[in-house]
Design a protein around this ligand. Structure first.
Ligand SMILES: *[C@@H]1O[C@H](CO)[C@@H](O)[C@H](O)[C@H]1NC(C)=O
Ligand SMILES: *[C@@H]1O[C@H](CO)[C@@H](O)[C@H](O)[C@H]1NC(C)=O
Ligand SMILES: *[C@H]1O[C@H](CO)[C@@H](O)[C@H](O)[C@H]1NC(C)=O
Length: 466
């Protein structure tokens, strides 16, 4: 831990030559107090949103990819969630299945039909790889209709063969596992390694688009077949994710049903539409918040105006809460790039398709994602101005990044010190109504503490290099 006297001495030394800051506060980072290891931040381009991106002019394609994946000019996302299609064709915004035709029975040879494009998700994925993205979450919303009790990939229904769901067509669990593994193989062939595989999305809801119901116990029935199928195909490293429930408490409710397959799972996933991630889920596995957005709100690109559901500062706070209260290792927004008038995406394709409109939500993510890299360990902090939210991470490269969200109007200089660590370089970036992860003037004291002004209603990220 830092010696406070040293720090105060350094501040006093500063104040003799500069104006005394209005509110001088010290944050101390404790590298010995460790929490979860981070997998990263991300989004998805499922349900043909990737087609919208791919349809843009070449310069806009590049810009949209940079905004999502570039660590210096964009959010630097490190996770991409892809949708495994289940639909019979590509009508509307459906995701077409890799086996849309019923082969006749669960044991019949499946009729795979891989188009090498996957609604442009192949293009987004291979582009993401070129930016260094290594974490790909392939997630099915449903099995194809012919594998289900309702003979439809939409409107709920269950996978034939899980407990309580018997069908005259037979038990499709193994066929579904083979099908999911086949999808992972197709991606491997094009150089995209699926690291996490999910077979459910919002299993608590029946919707007019791809949806499949499941309890925790029914999910366990699938995991028991999927795990050995992945292993046999040489995909021991692919982690099985479950269950993308609609809200945090719903996912908590599925956990006891999953206990029999705990050792076969690798990741617990949940959305946060019906309840927020405010406490940890009791599991030994990493937990990701895999989908959240202001789905209906009219488009806003504001950082802070009236704390509306689509504003950047609010999203910085949501991410903060998920990381520090629920210990999530990953946080994903619903859609990255898309047209249309709501906040369901981070970046809006203008109606004339001639430009991209970037919301401050993207920059809220960037403040985390650029500087909290995969493998970073969240560490303890103490101090900081009242009302501010502070988090800190030690990256694999040794750098320490500290996020300060000042949600109130208090403004002033903040100094960050890492215990047992004399920083050779300190940098601060600010995001507020007028800045988008811009470099903020900062000073490095001889004791290795970095100081910068943190204005009201802003988020400032400090990075200290040993
Ligand atoms: C892509 O552009 C074509 C031609 O303008 C259009 O017909 C199609 O609907 C677009 N697709 C998407 C997903 O935007
Ligand atoms: C990221 O953006 C920077 C700055 O615009 C650019 O120099 C760099 O080439 C981009 N990186 C990639 C991987 O495209
Ligand atoms: C944080 O977000 C702000 C606000 O939009 C943005 O200006 C800034 O560049 C972001 N900082 C980082 C480090 O990404």
């Amino acid at each position: 831990m830092v010696t406070l006297t040293l720090l105060l001495a350094a501040l006093a030394a500063q104040s003799t030559s500069t104006l005394l800051p209005r509110q001088s506060t010290t944050i101390t980072v404790d590298l010995t107090k460790t929490y979860q290891t981070m997998d990263g931040f991300g989004t998805s381009e499922t349900f043909q949103r990737a087609n919208q991106m791919h349809n843009l002019s070449l310069p806009l394609q590049r810009q949209s990819l940079d905004l999502l994946f570039n660590r210096t000019s964009g959010a630097g996302f490190s996770i991409l969630r892809n949708g495994i299609g289940s639909s019979v064709d590509s009508r509307s915004d459906w995701m077409v299945s890799i086996a849309p035709k019923n082969p006749g029975s669960p044991s019949a040879t499946p009729q795979y039909n891989w188009d090498g494009n996957d609604n442009s998700q192949v293009w987004v994925s291979t582009s993401a790889v070129s930016y260094g993205v290594k974490t790909f979450y392939a997630n099915a919303w449903s099995a194809p209709g012919y594998m289900k009790t309702n003979n439809n990939d939409a409107n709920g229904g269950s996978l034939c063969g899980v407990s309580g769901a018997t069908c005259s067509s037979g038990d499709w669990k193994q066929a579904y596992a083979n099908y999911l593994v086949q999808y992972v193989k197709y991606y491997k062939e094009i150089g995209v390694i699926v690291t996490h595989l999910g077979f459910l999305n919002e299993p608590d809801a029946s919707t007019s688009y791809a949806s499949m119901r499941s309890s925790g116990q029914q999910a366990a029935d699938v995991v028991k077949v999927l795990r050995p199928t992945l292993d046999k195909a040489g995909f021991q490293d692919v982690k099985i994710a479950c269950c993308d429930s609609m809200g945090w408490s719903l996912q908590v409710g599925m956990m006891s049903g999953l206990s029999s397959v705990n050792d076969m799972l690798g990741l617990i996933t949940s959305h946060s539409y019906t309840s927020q991630p405010t406490s940890p889920i009791n599991t030994k596995h990493p937990v990701w918040q895999t989908e959240n957005a202001d789905l209906q709100g009219a488009w806003t690109s504001a950082w802070y105006s009236n704390n509306g559901a689509g504003e950047g500062l609010l999203w910085a706070n949501k991410i903060y809460d998920a990381i520090t209260r629920a210990n999530v290792a990953g946080y994903l927004y619903w859609i990255g790039v898309q047209g249309g008038p709501t906040n369901s995406k981070l970046i809006r394709i203008a109606d004339d398709k001639k430009s991209l409109i970037v919301s401050k939500r993207l920059w809220a993510f960037a403040n985390w994602s650029r500087h909290v890299r995969p493998g970073a360990v969240r560490v303890g902090t103490s101090g900081g101005p009242s009302g501010a939210k502070v988090s800190a991470f030690k990256n694999v490269d040794g750098t320490v990044s500290v996020q300060v969200i000042q949600g109130g109007t208090a403004s002033g200089s903040i100094s960050v010190q890492v215990g047992g660590f004399v920083a050779k370089k300190g940098t601060a970036w600010i995001t507020d109504n007028t800045h988008e992860c811009d470099v903020q003037a900062s000073t490095l004291a001889s004791d290795g503490s970095a100081s910068a002004n943190v204005p009201g209603r802003s988020m400032v990220t400090f990075v200290l290099e040993p």
